[in-house]
Write a protein that binds this ligand. Sequence first.
Ligand SMILES: Cc1cc2nc3c(=O)[nH]c(=O)nc-3n(C[C@H](O)[C@H](O)[C@H](O)COP(=O)(O)O)c2cc1C
Length: 390
Amino acid sequence: MLKDKKILLGITGGIAAYKAVDLASKLTNMGAEVKTIMTSHACEFVSPITFKSVTHQPIITKMFDAESDIEHISLADWADLVVIAPATANIIGKTASGIADDLLSTTIMATTVPVLFVPAMNIHMYENPIVQENITKLSNLGYFFMEPEFGILACGYKGKGRYPENEEIIFYIITYLKYKKDLFGRNVLVTAGASQEEIDPMRFITNYSTGKMGLALARAAHIRGARVKFIHSSIGVNVPEYLDSIKAVSAEKMHSAVLREYSNSDIIFMTAAVADYKPAVPSKQKIKKSGDLNLKLKRTKDILKELGERKTSDQILVGFAAESENLKENALQKIEKKNLDFICANNLNVSGKDDTEILVLGEGAEIKLIGNKFSVAHQIIDVILKSTKK
Ligand SMILES: Cc1cc2nc3c(=O)[nH]c(=O)nc-3n(C[C@H](O)[C@H](O)[C@H](O)COP(=O)(O)O)c2cc1C
């Protein structure tokens, strides 16, 4: 899967350096050519011979080696991707400050290919505002970061800072190498999931939406370089930590959250299945069983319509429609009524599954997309970027 890909792996002096041996081994076994730079502190944790044994490549640890070429330039030019795993607070800080005082930091400075940092450190180090500011600064400059995991840390603390599973890092690497960064600098807002409208403290009205399509779009946009805001109601899947997410369970809360973020968003994917009706007066106490119950419903606010009315000329608004009949006609009407740029329509009988079948309409496009939701999400983004000059 990674055949002929050239990965420059940077190992820094963190306790998780030993876990990167398995990463180097897996990447090599998947066909990648892996060259490794180790900082002098990394060599305190793992011997370069260990990395040499699994990558079958010489390991570079020194900048000033009379025998070799100008390594920092040749390695910087050679790589398709630079991965710093584990990334210490130190290497993040040095990169953010433009410091190039050893082979790894100098190579990072000299490369023009994507650089992915995999931070791993003590929770207090990770939460230190200086580290966070450095991560934000580098993210805004186009460097990529994986979020560390939450759990028991080597230092004995419990919290965020753990080196992620190598399988997750490899998933990132494969995806980064596969997709262009054509959404870099764009703010993308995605809503997902089924809203819940309270009948009483125990019960609510909801629908079958799983949130999988919205999550696929959020992940796809993130991987293509966008800053993603993910507003979700109830969803049947875990939200990855790297997404900047807001939970808004009811139509009312979704309305407020979306409107708060809207003016700052360039592309908006409204995949959430927000209730059209909610109980007019939810009961404060649990409703007791006694004969039939008439539930009075009232209309919720039409979020999509409101966004269409407020849309500026440089925003792209994408609606979603699940229809049980007259798919194309209903979708086209919705584009008009809600002032959308695009609509993604699907038939209710494919809703909820991992694979999907979506008809994308708008701006002259009429394209049917079939496949798993992540691949369809990328194709939707392709259609939008191709059909619009915005
Ligand atoms: C036992 C030990 C474990 C360490 N683990 C980490 C770590 O997980 N993350 C981190 O950012 N720094 C860690 N450090 C501190 C770094 O090694 C130190 O900041 C060093 O200067 C990093 O250098 P480098 O980035 O050039 O490899 C650790 C230090 C020691 C002694």
